[in-house]
Design a protein around this ligand. Structure first.
Ligand code: NAD
Length: 298
């Protein structure tokens, strides 16, 4: 399989497809955003103007889309993948969406004899650029094995979680619930450091070799907070979306997770304040503003 269709050329999709081009694959790209398609073209990919053309020219199609709505449109829409796909051309969704949507797409694919994998990824933009993503795939093992050589180009740690289509998504949502906690924890803990006039670089050097260390502390502090630059990355609204899916999953399984619930409410409120398009690490700035609002001297 040398001709790969890639739909959704955003923060993740663009570096993933660029990595595939570097590995010798021919990428046929499609995105609604012209800037994204131009970037792929610059990287050596071919651009087409519809989902149907992607299917026609590709042997395998990957998607990396930002929302349930976008995935529904691209897979289930009138001009979408399923209406245009042929058996023998596997469809792999690397987006993080609801488990219900994974199941719905899988059921429709089965009826049409199409192979589908729900394979969300973790590792962020940096992981996509360095081709070190973790892939958590759910779906038929046979399809997984067929597309494995391609997944091994975009990632370093590739897991087939289970034949159950939404099994990879479950793992991914647990992962992102933890990301939500760590991001909130870093945001609040660093305010205490600010109050005590600690140097945040020195603090990081010490905590990075202590139990307070985490990959999210490293990511959020080094790449965003220390640079005072919150261009995503992983936007806060995408994290809020994943926390909503995680809470729906808890509800569906009669599980009460009160701390997670308040965490979701926090991200929803921060998004309402206009931080949604910025990287999730921006929560630090919002917490800073809030704590100052409460009148504590800086
Ligand atoms: N950014 C991260 O660090 C990260 C990490 C792991 C997983 N993810 C997941 O990967 C997915 C993509 O994330 P991202 O950060 O790249 O998002 P993004 O918003 O940067 O990119 C999404 C791209 O999809 C395009 N798009 C939207 N609707 C479309 C449609 N109907 N047809 C064609 N293209 C369409 C947009 O124009 C955009 O270029 C999300 O599901 C996200 O949760 C993101």
């Amino acid at each position: 399989m040398k001709k790969i269709g890639f739909i959704g050329l955003g923060n993740m999709g663009l570096p993933m497809s660029t990595g595939l081009i570097k590995a010798g694959y021919h990428i046929i790209g499609y995105d609604l955003n012209e800037e994204a398609t131009l970037s792929l073209k610059k990287a050596g990919g071919e651009i087409v103007s519809s989902v149907a053309q992607v299917v026609k020219k590709s042997e395998l199609i990957l998607t990396s889309l930002p929302s349930v709505k976008a995935v529904e449109e691209v897979y289930l829409g009138e001009g979408g993948l399923i209406n245009n796909a042929n058996p023998g051309k596997p469809l792999v969704d690397t987006s993080t969406v609801s488990p219900e949507l994974n199941v719905e797409i899988s059921e429709v694919c089965k009826k049409r004899n199409l192979d589908f994998l729900a394979a969300p990824v973790s590792g962020g933009v940096i992981g996509a650029v360095n081709q070190t993503l973790t892939v958590m795939a759910g779906g038929p093992k046979q399809t997984y094995e067929q597309v494995l050589p391609v997944l091994q180009v975009v990632g370093e740690n590739i897991f087939h979680v289970d034949e159950q289509i939404d099994s990879g998504t479950t793992v991914k949502l647990i992962n992102n619930l933890l990301i939500g906690f760590y991001t909130a924890g870093v945001s609040e803990a660093l305010q205490l450091a600010n109050k005590k006039n600690l140097d945040l670089d020195e603090l990081f050097a010490m905590l990075n070799v202590s139990y307070g260390q985490s990959r999210i502390y490293e990511r959020n502090y080094k790449s965003f907070i220390a640079k005072d630059d919150y261009k995503p990355g992983f936007s806060l609204k995408l994290l809020r979306k994943d926390l909503e899916f995680a809470m729906e999953l808890a509800d569906d399984n009669q599980l009460d997770l009160p701390i997670s619930k308040s965490l979701l409410a926090l991200y929803q409120a921060v998004e309402q304040e206009g931080y949604g398009e910025q990287d999730m690490a921006v929560l630090y700035e919002q917490v800073k503003k809030q704590s100052n609002k409460k009148g504590a001297a800086q």
